[in-house]
Design a binder for this molecule. Sequence first.
Ligand code: A2P
Length: 257
Amino acid sequence: MAAPAPQTVIEVRHWTDRLFSFKTTRDMSFRFENGQFVMIGLPVNGRPLLRAYSLVSANHEECLEFFSIKVPDGPLTSRLQQIKVGDHVLVGGKPTGTLVQAALTPGKRLYLVSTGTGIAPFLSVIKDPQVYERFEMVVLIHGCRFVKELEFGRLSVEAVRSDEYLSEIIGDRLIYYPTVTREEFVRKGRVTQLLESGTFAEETGLPLLNPAEDRVMICGSPAVLQDMCALMDRLGFEEGALSKPGSYVIEKAFVER
Ligand code: A2P
């Protein structure tokens, strides 16, 4: 693996007591595919302490962006949440991951199903002009416990929709479908329940998820992945990988510490 290189922090935003996002500089030589993750971290006791983080920024953007939870006793996130503009963060040189277009067979609609910080890779994917060439429609589903936890994703979607260049390509083909589970909101329920019960289809007017037309990318906690994979299996989807593209792909929302 290429040695991690220090990048300068250029923006930090704290969204809740559990969530923050930050931007760093980017080396021109750092290349990645939208949806991939990279190892990032900080030097601790003279050695790099690194964890996998999805890139929120798209590969055409000048800076790198990340979305993180804060774990009070987490070896990395307890330190990372203290970063300020001008500090350095280590960014590994070898992005990887399965939430990439090449792991999916062609389809009509692309579903991006996420919970918590699992939305991160999809904020990169929805900025990719090629995704809208491949798919007629892109559906971003994000489930959180509380409304405030949706804010980073909501504003990122708004920025994509109002981007001068992207808005022309996207038009009305990007559907954003947020939901929360632990307080009142326009929509309430787990992403799995909303998809399986038909509530999502009723509310959006889209057909029920089906492997003939739909392709699905999933990113969330291990429990969410387990339940979503079981749903995918019941619906007849087949998991894809770069070596064998399929109708759905998964990735863990990594940082738990
Ligand atoms: P819930 O409030 O019912 O646990 P977290 O912050 O723990 O990562 O959770 C993010 C969101 O994912 C929450 O809305 C949570 O709902 C939901 N969630 C947790 N487990 C599952 C699961 N197995 N399937 C679908 N959604 C889940």
